[in-house]
Design a protein around this ligand. Structure first.
Ligand SMILES: NC(=O)c1ccc[n+]([C@@H]2O[C@H](COP(=O)([O-])OP(=O)(O)OC[C@H]3O[C@@H](n4cnc5c(N)ncnc54)[C@H](OP(=O)(O)O)[C@@H]3O)[C@@H](O)[C@H]2O)c1
Length: 177
């Protein structure tokens, strides 16, 4: 099973403000939906609180340090990242998407094989209180790049991972690199 982070951020890595996304960019929401539908998504409790309901047509795993008194319908809660990953693996999932927020990206990044990063270019600066964590550039390489309107879609694969890299699947002109 592939473990993938999927995140949207400004060029300086702002990804949240006041518990919300600081922008509304439909093409990025569409990209997120296309990639994650039919798969398992894993998110932190604060991100779940911000979306308030499970993402439809996906298995929703939520990470919290304490189990809620009432489990919201359509969600599975875990206090341990590895237990959540084990559940996805056992279910036969092929790609687990870690969908944020910053705390959960930082926790899962050492285990991730792939990162889907959307760089959002806005006309004016936005306020941010949550930033995507730093990653080691020498551990990742860009295998796909696509520009669409205000968004640059980048796919990073971890170097030395056993996954079949996208550059083996896609011809260079489709990767745009
Ligand atoms: N731009 C994007 O792509 C994107 C994506 C997702 C979210 N966001 C934004 O990011 C912000 C939220 O991010 P965040 O970093 O504040 O919160 P978060 O990562 O969504 O959730 C943090 C919570 O996860 C739980 N947690 C953290 N570490 C844990 C561990 N080791 N074991 C078990 N549970 C653990 C804790 O829940 P408890 O407090 O319940 O214990 C913690 O409070 C929002 O603004 C949201 O809109 C942006």
């Amino acid at each position: 099973m592939l473990i993938s982070l999927i995140a949207a951020m400004t060029p300086d890595h702002v990804m949240g403000f006041n518990g919300q996304l600081p922008w509304h960019v439909p093409e990025d929401l569409k990209h997120f939906k296309n990639l994650t539908t039919g798969h398992t998504v894993l998110m932190g409790r604060k991100t779940f609180d911000s979306i308030r309901k499970p993402l439809p047509n996906r298995t929703n795993l939520i990470l919290s340090r304490k189990m809620p008194a009432h489990i919201p319908p359509g969600t599975h809660w875990f206090t341990d990242l590895k237990e959540a990953i084990a559940m996805a693996e056992k279910s036969g999932e092929t790609e687990l998407f870690v969908v944020g927020g910053a705390e959960i990206y930082a926790l899962a990044m050492p285990l991730a094989d792939r990162m889907y990063v959307s760089i959002i270019k806005l006309d004016s600066p936005v306020m941010g209180d949550t930033w995507f964590p730093q990653w080691q550039p020498n551990q990742w390489r860009i295998v796909q790049r696509r520009e669409s309107g205000a968004v640059t879609f980048l796919t990073y694969d971890r170097l030395n991972s056993d996954i079949l890299p996208l550059h083996h699947i896609l011809p260079a002109h489709e990767r745009g690199v």
